[in-house]
Structures are given as C-alpha cells and as structure tokens.
Design a protein around this ligand. Structure first.
Ligand SMILES: *Cc1c(COP(=O)(O)O)cnc(C)c1O
Length: 225
C-alpha cells in the first residue's frame, strides 16, 4: 500500500467523487477534495501537487509548519486545512498557516481563535466538530450541545462559522452520523459539511458533504501514528 503511486490514487478518488456526485444528483464542483497528507513527507506530496491537487489537510500544527512552507513556496494557490485537534497554545501558528480549521470544539478555543483572527487579520474558514457518536475519548461538541455552542461562537466571540465536521465512530455505519450532522448544519444555517474519509466519502457525498477528507486512498497506508 505505502508504495502505491499517489497521483494514480488521486485520479481514482477524483473519479469516484464524480461518480458519487452523479449518483446523488449533485454538481461535483460542490465537493472539495481535501487530500490528507499527514505523516507523508514533501517527496510523497510533490507528485500530488504536480497532478493538480491544491487543497491539503494535516492533523498536527507542528508537522504542517515543518513541511508546508517550502512546498507552498514552490507552488502558489495551495490551501491548507487543519483537520486534527487544536491546542490553544498552537492557535497563533494555526491561524497563520491554515486556510481552514475543522476542529473548533470548545469555548476556550473559540476565544483564542477570535483573538488571533483579529490580531493577524486572517480569517480561516471555521468548522465546528460534532462528536456525533458522543464518544468520551473523542473531541467534538456533543450533538445536544451543538446549537448553543454555535450560537456562543457567533454572539460571544464574533466568529463566522462556515460549517460542521464529523468523524463517525470507527465501528458503526456512518450514514446516521452524516445525516445528524447535516440536520444540525441545516437548522443553524451552515452551508459546509466536512464529512467522509477514504472508507466512506461516497456515502458522505450522498448525505451532502462539501469537504471530503481523504488520505489513505490517495497516499497509501500510513505507518502507525
Ligand atoms: C487522517 C484523517 C483523515 C483521513 O483518513 P483516511 O482514512 O486516511 O482517508 C480524515 N480526517 C481526519 C480528521 C483525519 O485525522
């Protein structure tokens, strides 16, 4: 798996996204592929940039900071998304580097983001992460707390919330989790849905996903991290 050709993986995923959109009666332009390049080095990422991919996702601020500035210096127009948990002490770096943050899940982080957004005059697209499975070990806002949290982000912190993100429990059918996330987004007037990974992005597209986060199906299997 790790020796697979990432640009071939990219082409396959692009085709599958188009097919899933056609099956769902959706315009493929409404689905952004976020290529999740965590754990892969510049050498593995460069051919995917060469094949035309411009939106990438990472799950760690430090790792992204170490590898992306050089890649971005060689290719303009790259958008970087943070899809992993964000610690408050990394917010300054995150706002400086990322164009979107998918893991807003607590009041202290909302406050820290609001402060840095004002300080840096940068406005990353913000997704609130919903812990749809209410899994205790997982980050994200519980579904029953989502409306109040989104309202507080807006009213108390003045943040523009663009959408929601979810990671369904590993051992459950993802569809009900995607449906629930879609419902919460609709009733809060949120247009964007970050849903779907390598194993389930086609299902996520059927449930209205606008951002699919696909790593393994493009880059191959990761080491254990
Ligand atoms: C790693 C990761 C992905 C990509 O997962 P794959 O199964 O490799 O496609 C998507 N979303 C998040 C939050 C991740 O951490």
């Amino acid at each position: 798996m790790a020796t697979m050709n990432p640009s071939a993986g990219l082409a396959t995923v692009q085709r599958e996204i188009e097919t899933a959109c056609r099956d769902a009666g959706r315009d493929p332009a409404g689905v952004t592929l976020v290529a999740i390049s965590k754990t892969f080095d510049a050498e593995a990422i460069a051919p995917v940039i060469g094949a035309g991919q411009r939106v990438f996702g990472e799950n760690r601020v430090q790792e992204a900071k170490a590898k992306w500035p050089a890649l971005m210096a060689r290719q303009s127009g790259i958008a970087l998304h943070l899809v992993g948990p964000l610690q408050s002490n990394k917010v300054r770096d995150a706002v400086a580097l990322f164009d979107a943050i998918h893991s807003l899940d607590r009041d202290s982080l909302a406050a820290a983001l609001a402060k840095e957004i004002a300080r840096q005059s940068r406005r990353p697209t913000l997704f609130v992460e919903i812990n749809t499975g209410a899994e205790p070990q997982k980050s994200g806002v519980k579904p029953q707390d989502a409306d109040a949290f989104i309202a507080a982000c807006r009213a108390r912190h003045g943040l523009v919330i663009a959408g929601l993100m979810c990671i369904p429990p590993f051992d459950e059918a993802p569809a009900p989790h995607f449906a629930l996330t879609g419902e919460i987004a609709r009733r809060n007037g949120l247009a964007l849905l970050s849903m779907g990974m390598s194993a389930d992005f086609k299902i996520a597209i059927a449930f209205g996903s606008t951002h699919v986060r696909v790593g393994t199906a493009i880059f191959g299997a990761r080491g254990t991290t």
